[in-house]
Design a protein around this ligand. Sequence first.
Ligand SMILES: *[C@@H]1O[C@H](CO)[C@@H](O)[C@H](O)[C@H]1NC(C)=O
Ligand SMILES: *[C@@H]1O[C@H](CO)[C@@H](O)[C@H](O)[C@H]1NC(C)=O
Length: 175
Amino acid sequence: MKLLLLSLALVYGIQTHHTCSEEQQPDLTGTWYTVSLASNDTAKIEEGGPLRIFVHKLILENGNLRAIFFKRENGKCTQFSVSANPVEEDGQMKVEYSGSNDVYLQSFKEDEYAIFMLYNHNNNKVTLWGELFGRTPNLSEDIKKKFEETCIKLGLKREHILDVSETDQCQELEQ
Ligand SMILES: *[C@@H]1O[C@H](CO)[C@@H](O)[C@H](O)[C@H]1NC(C)=O
Ligand SMILES: *[C@@H]1O[C@H](CO)[C@@H](O)[C@H](O)[C@H]1NC(C)=O
């Protein structure tokens, strides 16, 4: 009996521990909004630009991150999705979109915001760009400032950053 209790306690203990550590895993999945975009080729994030894309959801699929985005093309909203390769040792993910992108998650708070910086390779041209995602369509000035600082640290300028929190992000496609 004592042994049974002990083993139950062990199993219970291990399970509790397991649940705990699982809860501490960063969780990027779920609904997001694009709050700001940045690029050292600003035409790409302006109206009609290929990198002007609005996140809708992040999903974990077989351990890989998949993202559903909206974008407006010739005035029409469309939905598309991209998948990231497994995360490499230095934290880099690769995503095929408008060429190929090296993606780095710079910082995040799972219930609030996520900052990604990306190197887009297209026709031998490299474009540095960044995305600020929010769990809500708008974020505090503090987090927007944090995004600006991250962009500047990586070589972008203040005038490369666009606040898109107030723009139409094809919400009509949301479900
Ligand atoms: C943007 O940044 C990348 C990476 O630093 C650089 O290779 C590229 O030349 C820059 N593009 C422009 C238009 O400045
Ligand atoms: C978004 O945040 C900014 C600054 O905090 C504020 O000026 C603006 O009114 C907010 N917009 C919305 C839609 O909440």
